[in-house]
Ligand binder design. Structure first.
Ligand SMILES: C[C@H](OP(=O)(O)OP(=O)(O)OC[C@H]1O[C@@H](n2cnc3c(=O)[nH]c(N)nc32)[C@H](O)[C@@H]1O)C(=O)O
Ligand SMILES: O=c1nc2n(C[C@H](O)[C@H](O)[C@H](O)CO)c3cc(O)ccc3cc-2c(=O)[nH]1
Ligand SMILES: [Mg+2]
Length: 348
């Protein structure tokens, strides 16, 4: 349909805008920094709904990696090398536990452990994750509201080919008795222990059909002017959020923008390629559009991406911007272009 590039500046009209951002992983938190640095935007009108599909217990520590990354990003504590944990943190406790024979595998820092211990204690007492996060964001002096995609357990599971059976197959391909075996594993097993090197057959969001959205999150979606799906892994960071029935239903009546995490056929980072192929998608920005299209109004691709995505994409508008966020100026510029485009095309 139509391609638009940079637009005139409408920043004075940002002050009343209400925005909700869907976030997971490391891509979207960069864009969240961009929005958080737009002075004219009232941060009390900014809500973030976060993926909890990778939440897990490590010993007695409750790990909610994508939530903690958003908390640290909005409080300026985030380690921007890894996009998890607290910058300049120490790892005394982590190292000492290893000496006692308990390897947490994930490197949890000493300052980071305080946030996770706070969550763990309250969860054990039966508190709701959404209430705990709200206390933590206030404790960190964050104005924006932050919600888990659900207070119910929804777990991202990866179906992989069991390498052992695969090798047996190769060795004894004539032996009809040897069958390809599959393993259903946690995302962390796939990404941390197996370094994302397994052959992925499929991805599931266990229990998502029965999971309730958080009331405040649904309220904020309904009251928002614009919903932004950030440039994160569509399969393991955004789709778990969209798999919560009430959330997806609500978004259908809203103005929704999405930023592609893939430029042409190249992801900027991570295992998004293998995971998209496992769901039958080619690795391309066009496939990202396919994944979101039933709720999408504007799809943002990188200026370096080709225009052939335009062919038959229905009535969705393509906006081309610089989507490679190397510094705070890039992040702020991308955030501003999204809001400028919204004001010009949906507000006036
Ligand atoms: C394992 C990895 O995980 P995670 O850290 O959870 O990251 P995301 O789900 O956010 O996926 C990373 C996703 O983000 C894209 N990305 C990263 N930086 C940028 C950027 O500056 N611009 C842009 N358009 N996309 C960005 C990257 O390509 C990845 O696909 C994971 O799940 O991948
Ligand atoms: O790949 C890693 N991811 C680590 N993560 C990130 C996370 O577990 C996953 O990498 C992301 O969820 C990928 O989607 C942490 C997250 C935290 O909140 C705290 C500590 C870690 C530590 C690691 C780590 O050592 N290695
Ligand atoms: Mg992730």
């Amino acid at each position: 349909m139509t391609i638009k590039n940079s637009l005139t500046n409408h920043s004075n009209t940002f002050k009343d805008l209400k925005i909700t951002i869907l976030s997971g992983g490391t891509g979207t938190p960069k864009l969240i920094q961009g929005f958080d640095n737009i002075e004219e935007l009232d941060k009390k009108n900014m809500s973030i709904i976060v993926n909890t599909g990778e939440d897990n217990w490590i010993g007695n520590i409750y790990l909610s990696p994508d939530v903690d990354t958003v908390l640290y990003t909005l409080s300026g504590l985030i380690n921007e090398e890894t996009w998890y944990g607290v910058k300049n943190d120490t790892f005394e406790c982590h190292e000492q536990l290893k000496k006692y024979g308990f390897d947490e595998v994930l490197k949890i820092g000493d300052k980071d452990r305080a946030l996770k211990t706070h969550k763990s204690n309250l969860i054990k007492k039966g508190a709701k994750l959404s209430n705990i996060i709200d206390e933590e964001r206030k404790g960190l002096g964050i104005c924006a509201k932050i919600y888990p995609m659900s207070n119910d357990k929804v777990e991202t599971k990866i179906l992989i080919v069991d390498e052992e059976s695969d090798n047996k197959l190769i060795d004894n391909k004539s032996d009809v008795g040897v069958k390809k075996q599959h393993l259903l594993i946690k995302f962390h097993d796939f990404w941390i222990n197996r370094r994302g090197n397994s052959k992925v057959v499929d991805v599931f969001y266990e229990n998502s059909n029965y999971a309730e959205a958080v009331e405040g999150a649904i309220e904020d979606i309904k009251n928002s002017d614009i919903i932004i799906i950030g440039p994160s892994n569509p399969i393991t960071s955004i789709n778990p959020i969209l798999s919560i029935p009430k959330i997806r239903e609500c978004l259908k009546n809203k103005v929704v923008y999405a930023v592609s995490p893939i430029i042409g056929n190249n992801p900027v980072s991570g295992p998004v390629g293998t995971l998209m192929q496992s769901k039958g998608y080619e690795v391309s920005s066009k496939s990202v559009y396919e994944i979101y299209k039933d709720i999408l109004d504007v799809f943002i691709i990188d200026t370096s991406d080709s225009n052939d995505i335009i062919d038959n994409i229905g009535n969705i508008e393509i906006l081309k911007c610089n989507t490679i966020m190397k510094n705070i100026d890039d992040k702020k510029q991308l955030a501003k272009e999204i809001l400028n485009h919204y004001v010009k095309n949906f507000k006036e």
